[in-house]
Design a protein. Structure first.
Length: 436
């Protein structure tokens, strides 16, 4: 009798355990939502990025015995996130995460730490491409499409805020095509999200519910809550391709000069919107001229989002490398038109003309600088007293030791109102600001 009771008790216990186990699995199935699936799918491709850089000691000038022993340079550390987008070890992150780093360490999801090299980096678009070497293919995320994003759709961010690796947050797309200013720069065409993004999330992926990378997290408003920004995937793809192939974003030529659209001028043109710019000049033979852009056109949208002002247009145009076509919506004679514009590499002969027409200078390389050959009479350079034989050492704090760097500095200055030159005459150097 006792044996029968014992067997019944054992069977009941097994039945209860089986029922509990089945119930737990059933509960997990219910709890396994789209966010859980995204995290399980993509988190192996998200990496932690640690950097090291050297900085001058704050005690410089009053050395101690300790400093005599250890030196006067201190090692600083930074942190951020990144995402593997190619099994061969290609990683996307932010430029500001790795800028100035003397060493970059990448920690993979399996705990391995690898040294990374910089394939290319671009501060204007705040993107960098890194490469790590692994004997086996690495888990990689798919770089998706951002042009079809819907306001309100669910998005997920994975990163390492404050060094807390594999932190997951979720929210929605709050807006697209956002433009904002920070640290003296204008950033445009961003995805705005209420997904919690904190320091250390920079460079990590913003994902849709399919697990596709639709943005690279890059910025927050420190004084606000629920406002974060990500670089859209379509832009990431363009810049990544340029950085991978050339190590930098090559200056491209569109051939449009624009100016602010005043309310009075807008009324005269029949334009009743609060955004847009007017085309003041179309360069002959340029991609813009070939596409059909004319002087006096109102440029309303570029790449699918509105153009807020002249600075916004210039900054956004720099985000399109050579051969990367974009749609341009313009307003002419009361009618909207959509044109397809394809930038090309900036013609070298036009760079020389840029220096002569805007600065009034012709230069040649000499002794690690660019020597002024001639000064155009009546130009801004002539008015401040620049003379043949003066040496231009830097433009906007960018060294110009050879023609290529001089050309690049001039191209980078397009769209700005002035340039800062460091000029050397004899033993003396001085700064000169010229309108551009």
């Amino acid at each position: 009798m006792k044996n029968q009771v014992s067997r019944r008790g054992l069977m009941l216990a097994v039945l209860l355990a089986f029922t509990a186990s089945t119930s737990a699995h059933a509960d997990m199935a219910k709890r396994r939502n789209e966010i859980v699936e995204v995290v399980q799918k993509v988190s192996p491709a998200v990496v932690f990025i640690g950097t090291e850089s050297e900085a001058e000691s704050p005690f410089r000038g009053r050395r101690s015995a300790m400093e005599d022993f250890f030196g006067t340079r201190q090692r600083q550390q930074g942190l951020g996130s990144g995402v593997i987008v190619d099994p061969n070890g290609i990683i996307i992150t932010n430029d500001h995460v790795i800028r100035g780093a003397s060493a970059i360490h990448v920690v993979l999801a399996d705990g391995r730490e690898l040294e990374a090299e910089v394939i290319g980096s671009d501060a204007n678009n705040d993107l960098a491409v890194l490469k790590v070497n692994s004997k086996q293919p690495l888990p990689a995320a798919k770089l998706g499409i951002s042009s079809d994003l819907m306001i309100g759709e669910t998005v997920v961010a994975i990163g390492s805020p404050f060094g807390l690796s594999k932190t997951v947050t979720a929210g929605v797309v709050s807006a697209t095509g956002r433009t904002f200013k920070a640290d003296g720069r204008t950033y445009n065409d961003f995805i705005q999200t209420d997904t919690a993004i904190n320091p250390g999330n920079s460079g990590g992926p913003l994902l849709n519910v399919d697990g596709d990378v639709i943005g690279i997290n890059t910025a927050i408003f420190a004084s606000a809550q629920g406002i974060g920004f990500a670089i859209p995937a379509d832009k990431v793809r363009r810049i990544m391709d340029e950085l991978t192939r050339f190590g930098k974003v090559r200056p491209a030529w569109v051939g449009i000069e624009v100016q602010a659209l005043s309310p009075r001028l807008a009324r005269q043109l029949g334009w009743d919107r609060t955004y847009g710019v007017i085309v003041s000049e179309v360069e002959p033979g340029s991609p813009a001229e070939q596409a059909g852009v004319r002087r006096g056109d109102v440029l309303a949208e570029m790449g699918g989002s509105r153009i807020s002002d002249a600075e916004d247009y210039v900054t956004r145009a720099r985000g399109y490398p050579a051969r990367a076509a974009f749609p341009l919506v313009l307003f002419r004679e009361g009618n909207p038109r959509t044109l397809q514009v394809t930038p090309v590499e900036f013609p070298p002969q036009l760079v020389e003309a840029l220096g002569w027409n805007r600065l009034g200078l012709r230069v040649k390389p000499t002794r690690g600088a660019m020597a002024i050959q001639s000064v155009r009479p009546g130009s801004a350079a002539d008015e401040v007293g620049l003379e043949p034989g003066d040496l231009i050492v830097r433009i906007n704090n960018q060294p110009v030791a050879e023609p290529a760097s001089f050309q690049e500095a001039l191209l980078s200055a397009r769209g700005t109102r002035s340039v800062l030159l460091l000029v050397r005459r004899g033993r003396y150097g001085y700064h000169v600001t010229l309108p551009f």
